[in-house]
Design a binder for this molecule. Structure first.
Ligand code: SF4
Length: 399
């Protein structure tokens, strides 16, 4: 069976809304704490916040009139001041292997991608945190687009809301990885709030072990994440030494491997959780036996497991995927050194939904809309600059 476009809605119809009044607050932006505070400000009892949160996320109800355990007068009040806006689907594609990819359009015209990967009893949703990405990893398709802005809480959790609605009832959403477009730690505040909703028992009820944040390694933000949340951590390592990682993940020039691994040890210290290190296998670049031995030595003493990711090519990339024979030889060296090492199955590559292939659409790479992303990035020593019309990252003090 060829992959199929299941649905197309008009690009001029960007949002499914129950209300479009711009001054109304989108309740999808509020986690439990924020929702409770908002209801108190409204002069209402706190327990109504919990009712509404449950209606929106657990029962997928966006129409206040359908929230039947809330009084009619409160429903009327809510309709006056609030709304529930869900991102609209532009394309819905299914891969031969069951992977689904949704292209969603945001109010500002930007588009983001979200991917659902079913596997046995497991269903993993890969969620985006930014429109584009400023970090410019050389092997990543998202990076090619440049960067526009951070996603709001509603745009992050809205991807989960839409996926839950679209997934067939026999499939379950069991895991979420913040591994789509963007660097989640550069949008920390909104990502933490959205992950709180993912784990809330009034919403998606996922345990902290089933929510994973993946980062290229913004070290100070990693320490902040540890203070504010205890989700599972994945780190995009991709090279066993600074010289090579400087080329593949330019952020390494600001936060070199030694500092990154120290932050990983701090993150994992309390509950001895393992950090997952992602390592994309690039033919002739980072996949030799020597690289494997270097990596094994580097991760000695770090509570680590390693995911080897066969590279997923995209147009105009100079990289090629390592052969499966090479990947298995690399794995063998790491396993012999005592590292749990998994070769990640490539999923959804026929619909460009595989790791590193997400692109969406950055409608405007030279302006931003909404919250300024630079504030978050600059705080961690990264500025966003414009070069040739494309927004790129610059590592302060190193460039
Ligand atoms: S790999 Fe991740 S951090 Fe690097 S450019 Fe791509 S989306 Fe950004």
């Amino acid at each position: 069976m060829k992959n199929t476009i299941l649905k197309r809605t008009s690009a001029n119809e960007p949002l499914e809304t129950m209300s479009t009044a711009p001054e109304k607050i989108n309740l999808l932006d509020l986690d439990r704490g924020a929702m409770e505070a908002w209801f108190v400000d409204l002069g209402e009892k706190v327990f109504h916040a919990r009712q509404v949160l449950k209606w929106i996320h657990k029962h997928q109800v966006t129409d206040f009139d359908a929230m039947t355990d809330i009084s009619k007068s409160l429903r009327a009040k809510l309709k006056d001041v609030a709304c529930v806006k869900i991102p609209g689907i532009v394309f819905d594609q299914a891969s031969d292997d069951g992977t689904r990819k949704w292209l969603m359009e945001l109010q500002c015209g930007n588009r983001i991608e979200t991917v659902f990967i079913p596997e046995g009893d497991r269903g993993t949703l890969c969620v985006s945190s930014q429109v584009g990405c400023a970090l410019d990893c050389t092997f990543c398709s998202t990076a090619r687009q440049g960067f526009n802005r951070n996603l709001s809480v509603s745009e992050i959790i809205g991807q989960v809301w839409v996926a839950k609605r679209e997934i067939s009832p026999e499939r379950c959403l069991t895991n979420i990885v913040m591994m789509g477009m963007g660097e989640p730690l550069a949008n920390l505040e909104n990502v933490i709030s959205a992950m709180g909703i993912m784990m809330d028992d009034l919403a998606y009820e996922l345990s902290k072990r089933r929510v994973t944040l993946s980062t290229a390694g913004i070290v100070p933000a990693l320490d902040r994440l540890k203070a504010l949340s205890d989700v599972s951590l994945a780190v995009s390592l991709h090279a066993p030494n600074d010289e090579l990682r400087d080329q593949l993940v330019p952020l390494n020039r600001k936060y070199p491997i030694r500092e990154l691994l120290a932050a990983c040890r701090r993150y994992a210290a309390d509950d001895r959780r393992k950090v997952t290190f992602e390592y994309v296998m690039l033919d002739g670049v980072n996949d030799s036996d020597q690289h494997a031995r270097q990596l094994a030595k580097l991760l000695q003493g770090v509570p680590a497991k390693v995911n080897l990711i066969p590279f997923n090519p995209f147009p105009q990339t100079r990289f090629k995927r390592s052969s499966m024979q090479r990947i298995e030889a690399f794995q063998e060296i790491l396993m012999r050194a005592g590292l749990i090492t998994i070769i990640r199955r490539t999923r959804g590559d026929d619909i460009d939904a595989a790791c590193g292939q997400l692109v969406g659409r950055v409608a405007d790479r030279s302006r931003r809309h909404g919250r300024p992303p630079e504030r978050g990035l600059k705080g961690f020593g990264i500025a966003v600059v414009k070069a040739n019309g494309v927004r790129k990252q610059s590592l302060q003090g190193s460039e």
